[in-house]
Design a protein around this ligand. Structure first.
Ligand code: AFP
Length: 524
């Protein structure tokens, strides 16, 4: 982004509600825009802080006359939580304690208004603070990973803090490392990129000190990602749909808790006659209970249930399809598994192209949640606090050469054998884990194709249309790829029952066009 554009955006940005509009107007991603708003807010705080402190008695009087904290904050162009803290101090409260726990306030109005201020303040609320410290840690983890990846020797701040001097950068390199022609000796991670003035302040206060001690260094910032809830709001997502997506995100941690306890096979079979894994059943119960309790959906269909459940007293008409734990047979060998969810405006026995969204939660080295509601595919990572923050927005499937072929080669039908041999002749790399969700996640990030075809004796293949095919197909299509049953778009197929199986080809458009032409040419 050039300086002129940056300055224009900086000028125009007033509040969180502006982020989406300005992001569209300047085609700059929302993460960067919210970063600039954060910079501007910090700048305003520096500029007006002492004036607001001096005004504290007058602010408290206005509040007593009926002005709300939010109104006073917007009138003074000052972050609500900071303004509230200054007023609380003026009223004789220990502001830090009260802001951390507003329930200690006996004054109902003050308590209510403080909670409101905390909810909307995206910069100075305790939650914003925990998000930033989480992002700061994430940033340090990323640099740590990068330094190890580059095989560089370094010591961290915590190692250095054992030394007598007080100020230490996050990382000190044993040998200088050339970055843009400069011999970098230290790296500092900043959770949020600062604006020019703020940066000059760091320079004065911190970096010049490191430079004197260690020589040139580097600042790495900009991990300001949004939390799932904020991101959904900012994307203008339908509120009811957002609530539903948030509900699933909140179950991820609960399901993970079962990974250690619910191991091995259960003594029951599902509608397909397959032995259920204890974790399948655990995840299934967790999700159905949460959905029933919330009444956010009317219809629930899961891979572990024989029939579609209708929820009593549902407050919305949504229907959901769930594969509670895809690849559950891999749990015992500690490979990535996931939860797959399809979101329908009503009953679920409808073609995939009627869906209002889809998501999957992948339990791998990281726990990630990827969703679409028709405006791009966005990926979030679960932090230590169990919350999801943005990792990548607007995922698009790249051209790539990974193939994940299900079924046994001996059972391949002729057109499919031809197809696989063609991909292999073009140097596609085989990556098949046994977990559809994990394999398609890889394809979504690296390009190529996943297939579980029709095979000898099984015209409809193995995988489930409703619980596996359409939700992951919706994601891949939204990311610029395609899904097919070999004859046409799988999202056009209307299911006849929850147990429908289907041949699946999902991935890049080129690969899908190739298999569809081979099937057509085979005349079968
Ligand atoms: P489970 O959920 O029963 O482990 O099945 C996984 C799956 O449905 C899908 O995720 C895999 O791609 C496929 O089955 C693996 O099938 P094979 O075991 O026949 O390779």
């Amino acid at each position: 982004m050039n300086e002129r554009k940056y300055k224009k955006i900086y000028e125009k940005l007033k509040c969180v509600e502006d982020i989406n509009r300005i992001s569209k107007a300047y085609s700059v991603n929302t993460g960067a825009i919210s970063n600039i708003l954060h910079q501007k807010t910090v700048r305003n705080v520096r500029k007006y802080h002492s004036r607001i402190v001096n005004k504290a008695p007058a602010l408290v009087r206005s509040w007593k006359r009926g002005d709300t904290i939010l109104k006073l904050a917007s009138k003074n162009n000052f972050p609500p939580v900071l303004l509230a803290s200054i007023m609380l101090k003026e009223m004789g409260y220990k502001s830090k304690t009260v802001v951390k726990n507003p329930d200690v306030l006996e004054d109902k109005r003050l308590r209510y208004e403080l909670i409101k201020a905390i909810e909307v303040d995206f910069c100075f609320s305790p939650r914003a603070h925990s998000v930033q410290s989480g992002q700061g840690r994430m940033g340090e983890d990323l640099i740590h990973e990068w330094l190890e990846h580059c095989d560089l020797e370094f010591i961290t701040e915590s190692d250095m803090s054992k030394e007598p001097n007080t100020k230490t950068p996050d990382f000190l390199l044993s040998e200088p490392y050339k970055v843009d022609g400069i011999d970098v000796r230290w790296i500092e991670s900043k959770a949020v990129f600062a604006d020019e003035k703020e940066h000059n302040r760091y320079q004065l206060k911190q970096f010049s000190f490191y430079e004197d001690l260690y020589g040139p260094g580097m600042e790495q910032g900009g991990y300001r990602n949004m939390e799932l809830n904020d991101f959904l709001k900012e994307k203008g997502t339908d509120e009811k749909l957002s609530q539903l997506i948030m509900l699933f995100s909140e179950q991820a941690g609960v399901i993970k808790e079962g990974f250690l306890s619910a191991r091995g096979a259960a003594d029951t079979k599902n509608v397909y006659g397959e032995t259920q894994m204890a974790l399948d059943k655990w995840a299934d119960e967790v999700l159905i209970d949460a959905l029933r309790e919330s009444r956010l959906v009317r219809w629930i269909a899961t891979e572990e249930q024989p029939d579609i459940i209708e929820v009593d007293g549902a407050i919305n008409q949504f229907g959901v399809t769930i594969d509670p734990l895809d690849g559950s047979s891999l749990i015992d060998v500690n490979l990535a598994v996931g939860t797959i969810v399809g979101l329908y405006p009503g009953h679920v026995l409808e073609p995939g192209n009627t869906m209002v969204g889809a998501l999957y939660i992948l339990y791998g080295p990281l726990t990630t949640l990827t969703y679409t509601t028709g405006t791009g595919v966005h990926e979030f990572v679960m932090g230590e606090d169990g919350r999801f923050t943005l990792m990548q927005e607007n995922l698009t499937i790249p051209d790539g050469k990974i193939y994940a072929p299900g079924a046994l080669r001996k059972d391949y039908l002729p057109y499919h054998k031809q197809f696989i041999e063609k991909l292999e002749s073009e140097g596609y790399k085989l990556r098949f884990s046994g977990s559809f969700v994990a394999d398609v996640h890889q394809i979504l990030h690296k390009g190529g194709l996943f297939t579980y075809p029709a095979f000898a004796g099984k015209d409809s293949g193995k995988l489930r249309l409703l619980f596996e095919g359409t939700p992951m197909g919706k994601m891949v299509v939204e990311a610029g790829g395609a899904i097919s049953n070999g004859r046409g778009n799988l999202l056009d197929v209307k299911p006849s029952s929850v147990s429908d199986r289907t041949p699946i080809y999902v991935g890049g458009k080129r690969e899908i066009a190739l298999i569809e032409s081979l099937v057509k040419g085979s005349g079968t």
